[in-house]
Design a protein around this ligand. Structure first.
Ligand code: ADE
Length: 313
């Protein structure tokens, strides 16, 4: 159920001109509060527009616009609700794009998101082709740390790819696009999210259930780790490990684990990629093992978020 109707009510801190004291005021925010600019992204059923606040033109936002009639026609309403729920849960994380509020009008739903001025990683990869080992280390370390954050919060992204990795004002990565995420429920006993237990969506009868149905969800979170392996490969090679002229042929390559390292591919990264791109999810490295792999020997996963990013090359 879409909670807000029309404009969003948000709490804003305003300074009283006469007394100088800061008071909290409840204000309404809707389409009239923004000046919309160029399109900065598009999804299968949404567009992302750059917008500035009418009240403060230095405030920039990325507003995701979703057409209601299109969502209903294409049966995609579910995904919008998942995205909103996931972003709400993740709002305290610095590794995920912030969602400030949402509103709607007759025709559309609007997500007011943090604007990441350095764009997405796909554009970076297109511009530079390949990345240096130093850049690969810095950005891949942030990406795996961000995925760990998500999993700890009980969210599996399920569509990790360069387009969904943005660079913020400090050129640090932020994950976005949670429309296909899986949201786990808290384990009542332990108070944490258990990535290994099946969520309550199980349908079927135990006696007739196939092994892969049990297995697949058992290791559901491992798909994010697989995607990380593909991105890591791509940073060095300049193209993803499994790529063919069409989707069908790409799927075949994935199933046959048909990929090859180029001659100059650094040995340490080669070793890490090989331990991630394994068909059997249970054999794939866990995030904690990736973070302690030799490639990240000289990386402190706390300070990478504070240090000056390397020049992209
Ligand atoms: N493209 C898609 N979402 C974006 C965002 N939040 N900031 C910048 N570019 C984007």
């Amino acid at each position: 159920e879409w909670a807000e109707r029309g404009a969003a009510k948000i709490v804003e801190e305003v300074k009283d001109k006469d007394t100088g004291t800061v008071v909290k005021k409840i204000v309404s925010r809707g389409i009239k509060d923004f000046k919309f600019g160029q399109e900065i992204g598009d999804g299968s059923f949404s567009r992302v527009l750059l917008a500035t606040s009418i009240h403060n033109p230095s405030e920039k936002y990325a507003i995701k616009v979703l057409s209601k009639s299109y969502l209903v026609k294409q049966n995609k309403v579910k995904y919008v609700n998942i995205e909103k729920m996931a972003l709400q849960r993740l709002n305290k994380l610095d590794t995920v794009v912030k969602m400030f509020f949402t509103f709607q009008d007759q025709s559309s739903l609007y997500f007011v998101l943090e604007y990441a001025p350095y764009g997405d990683f796909l554009s970076i990869m297109k511009e530079y082709g390949t990345l240096s080992e130093e850049c690969t280390k810095y950005y891949s370390a942030q990406i795996i740390d961000a995925i760990e954050d998500l999993h700890k919060a009980g969210i599996i992204h399920r569509d990790i790819k360069p387009e969904n990795i943005l660079l913020d004002a400090n050129r640090r990565i932020k994950l976005t696009d949670f429309g296909t995420a899986k949201i786990l429920e808290k384990d009542e006993k332990t108070g944490s999210y258990d990535l290994l237990t099946r969520s309550k969506s199980f349908v079927g009868t135990a006696e007739y259930v196939s092994p892969e149905l049990l297995n697949d969800s058992y290791t559901d979170y491992k798909c994010d780790i697989w995607a990380f392996g593909c991105i890591l490969f791509q940073m060095i090679a300049g193209k993803p490990p499994f790529k063919a002229s069409n989707e069908y042929l790409t799927f075949q390559k994935v199933q046959k684990l048909q990929y090859a390292f180029s001659a100059g591919f650094p040995t340490v990264i080669r070793d890490l990629v090989k331990r991630i791109l394994l068909k059997q999810p249970e054999k794939r490295l866990e995030i904690k093992d990736i973070k302690t792999h030799m490639f990240y020997n000289d990386v402190d996963f706390k300070t990478i978020w504070l240090m000056e990013p390397p020049v992209i090359q």
